[in-house]
Ligand binder design. Sequence first.
Ligand SMILES: *Cc1c(COP(=O)(O)O)cnc(C)c1O
Length: 811
Amino acid sequence: MFNSTKEFIKEYKKTFENLYAFTYDQGTNEQQYIALGTLIKNKLSKNWQDTREQYLNDKVKQVYYFSMEFLPGRQLKSNAYNMGILPIIEAGVEELGLNIDQLIEAEADQALGNGGLGRLASCFMDSLASLGIPGNGNGIRYQYGLFRQKFVDGYQVELPEYWLRNQNVWETRNDQSSYIVRFGGNAWLEMDHQGHLIPKYEDTLNVLAVPYDTPMVGYRTKKINNLRLWSAEIPVEEEENYRTIQETEPIKEITQVLYPDDSNFEGRLLRLKQEYFMVSAGVQSIVKQIRKYNLPRKYFPEKIAMHINDTHPSLVVPELMRILIDEEHLSWEQAWEITVKTCSYTNHTVLREALERWPIDMMQSLLPRIYMIIEEINQRFVEETLPLYGEKLTWQTAILQDGMVSMAHMAIIGSHSVNGVAQLHTEILMNDVLKGFFTIYPEKFNNKTNGITQRRWIHLANPALTQLIDEKIGEGWKQNPAELKLLKSFEHDEETLNELGEIKYQNKVKLVKYIEEVQGIKINPNAIFDVQIKRLHAYKRQHLNALHILDRYLRIKENPSMDIQPRVFIFGAKAAPSYQYAKQIIKLINSIADLVNNDPDVGDKLKVVFFENYGVSLAEKIIPAAEVSEQISLAGKEASGTSNMKLMANGALTLATLDGANIEIKEYVGDENIFVFGLSSQEVTELGENQTYNSRYLYDSNDRLNRVLNALVDGTIPNAQQEGGAVFDALVHYNDEYFVLEDFDDYIKAQDEIDIVYSNKNEWNKKSLLNIAASAPFSADYTIKKYTDEIWKAKPQCSGKEGVHPLSEPL
Ligand SMILES: *Cc1c(COP(=O)(O)O)cnc(C)c1O
């Protein structure tokens, strides 16, 4: 690495000039960034290569995390930090007269994911590398990431995000590891002279899968893992068959765009192509890797773990079967044993509309050989299950039903482990959504509560807080997050609490400046910063938040001189482009913001900020300044949530329903340090089942609710007649699917309680400190350790000096 700033500067200048043939001071920010990224990447190469060779020589067990989404955000700072060279780089860049923040922001925010699911995958990549575990990612190199969101008159507009415009310095194209993936045509089996059944294909569309590898750098380790993203191209030997650009479209489009639908199953043929493309290329490259180990095939599960992140990569199961049978010539029984031992699956949602099912016709015509295998898996499953469990359970759990292929059922049947992502979620899977499977395979089910990497979300996003923690409890928590609980001993230490309060205040001042820059809204930094940042979805209930804001507004209008704790409501959220109701909620909140922010009666008492284009980089700016974390989904709907963890770790107090990981947050931090409200998931289920819920009655009988709901439709909110009406109708006339009105009173009460607690600064800071102190269990390092020990059975590969600090129990 670099031993001094001087050395860095020399190498930086050289790298820049080699790239551009002029000096760095004449370059744009982008060029200056590219040179810096290139230099850092070059410094990684040796460890990257050594890691690969060591894994191969020692034939270590490797984990492959299959995910349609990765949401890493910017990588420069994270890589430099994990390598331990960030301070030298910051000093060097400054000495060169450049602005480090400008260079960092010149990097495109890599958004190859929609939200929590993709971000989880990226947090896991960081933790895998930091724990020295051989763990690789497998996904798609979409040319266009998640759309860029703009607001025009308060409406969401989607623009294409061509994140590759300025070269991606972190990736390496590895042509030598390309594979052919076949689609369509006909497939059948023929007996060869040795009696093997050999698959024959005709008229297939052949697509070349080219891998782009990105180093996944661990914190203070020399091990560097690999994120392999596949790109679709025309096979070189077939190029002459394609006469026009249009003819090449069906191939190129496979890896062109990320589907921007979050928790909504988008049933398009192209999506299925994407799934098989990623899965087939990934499994082929893994099998090639394992061939290099030169071991009998039965050792496969001892050397490889393949993880299916949500149902999108479920085709791993039949694809691995195909390769083991057709190419490795194993028997069905041998191949099946290996497949089940190799695969594991995480369920991420209980929302019906997200349960992925494909029409059999579509599967059969797009993937004829794969469909033959799926049919056989299904038939064998039915034959085994029927005599033991009877018809009802068997048909409920079969892969093929009603002319559809159920991807979740395929993943469960083909895996040895099925996990949910928070305690409550796993219970709901076992007792409700996947009850049939839990009866058949109780031993497969387990919980792995999600986590976040504290490196990105505390160390890098909140350096002042990090420094304070270092000063108070030493640096051990950075490698052993359990030590964060030592902060608890400062809960009565006024000096520490004041310092913590001051850090939060300074972070708020920074965000205030940014808000003024990008939104032109003036904010009082002494107001409570109340944050809800996540995808926009009715089950997450941003509209409940909006109703509370309206209620506050109406109270202030009634009595403009009232004494109320100033509050700023901050939103960040993208809506799926086809999700009309979510887009209407965005427009409604933007209109409420216009109303509130420009009303002189309101002044500082109430402000609403809705950031455009929420993503990882914006989250890094907002979270350190947050004081209230809104986690208000209808209980039973949010599988885990992870923004709740990021915010808590930065000292925000959680305002939550008993949903997802909120329940565990409450257990760790204690009832007195969290604000809980609303129906429990059990009450939600009962209310749904006994059909007694009547939202119209609540509207008629609750005066406060009546006033707020009327404000949606009586012209109070300018330019949102239609959207106010749509929300009003959903809540009042269509019986309020997500029980917003039922939870309204309790929510308002909790919000008022927040004002009271906040008026005692010392008390608030104490609760904030205790939240940080209790956040250790949500480090993704613990989550990954559990996956590794209990599901993947892989071993850390670091020892001695480069050693990974052993983790102690977080509690
Ligand atoms: C953490 C994160 C999410 C997940 O937020 P939830 O509140 O758990 O849904 C979504 N998007 C981004 C950019 C994130 O960083």
